[in-house]
Write a protein that binds this ligand. Structure first.
Ligand SMILES: N[C@@H](CCC(=O)N[C@@H](CS)C(=O)NCC(=O)O)C(=O)O
Length: 243
């Protein structure tokens, strides 16, 4: 199996961590987003969507992190255990409920805060407008509150007493704004304790290794500034901020 990844990306980290936890051997194919490698001809042949993660098994190519995670969970259920993506219909529906919700909530708002706090000035050539930043942080705060009140509640994990794909995907998304220095878990002791439980399930060392680049993301603009491709990449990256 080949996985096309850049660990600065939350969906890539979830796929990377899950493959590692399941001990599935794979070739790590780095697609360095800050160098624009998603736009190369070579990567275009793997995925016309030009986003990571992508999984390739022989001639079978799969995009979309959630589809990849479910595929791996179901394929390896006999060795990995059933809890990551339960066969029980109601429990599976709870995992799906979270995975469906997160795309337009924690994922999108966490990414926006991340991009505004890291790349906006470099790409747009100006400081982040205050109202844009305030709105992004406010939306993210609402998502974090819903994660706690609707999805986690007083349970150990989102589905109950066992960790599932929902927890993994939620925690790696939360780490994106946290990497920029915005502690979105402040004042949320239940979420802090839950994140520790999820880390424990994944393995703390592995979890921290996967988050190395996002935890030093504040050096990303300087790193990009040194790239000889920056001027060509700026118009492509500017589209990201047209929301
Ligand atoms: N829905 C997709 C989202 C993937 C995605 O947005 N990947 C981003 C990194 S987090 C990417 O590759 N962006 C490159 C680009 O837009 O140029 C998934 O869950 O796999």
């Amino acid at each position: 199996m080949e996985l096309y990844l850049d660990l600065i990306s939350p969906p890539c980290r979830s796929v990377f961590l899950f493959a590692k936890v399941l001990q599935i051997p794979f070739d790590f194919k780095l697609v360095k987003l800050s160098a624009g490698q998603q736009y190369t001809e070579e990567f275009g042949r793997i995925s016309s969507i030009r986003k990571v993660p992508v999984m390739k098994e022989g001639s079978f190519i799969l995009t979309e992190s959630v589809a990849i995670l479910k595929f791996l969970a179901q394929k390896h259920a006999s060795s990995a255990g059933d809890h990551w993506y339960p066969a029980d219909l109601q429990q599976q529906a709870r995992v799906n409920e979270y995975l469906s919700w997160q795309h337009l909530n924690l994922r999108i708002h966490g990414s926006r805060v991340f991009l505004l706090r890291t790349l906006y000035p470099l790409i747009m050539g100006s400081e982040v407008p205050e109202d844009k930043m305030d709105a992004a942080v406010e939306n993210l705060t609402q998502s974090v509150n819903l994660l706690e009140e609707k999805f986690l509640q007083d349970k150990a994990f989102i589905v109950g007493d066992k960790v599932s794909l929902a927890d993994l995907v939620a925690v790696i998304e939360l780490m994106q704004p946290i990497g920029t220095g915005l502690n979105v878990l402040e004042g949320h002791p239940r979420l802090i304790a839950w994140r520790e439980r999820v880390k424990q399930e994944v393995g703390k060392k592995l979890f921290d290794e996967a988050h190395e680049s996002v935890m030093k993301v504040n050096s990303l603009p300087q790193e990009m500034q040194r790239s000889s491709h920056l001027q060509a990449l700026i118009p492509k990256f500017q589209k990201v901020f047209n929301w």
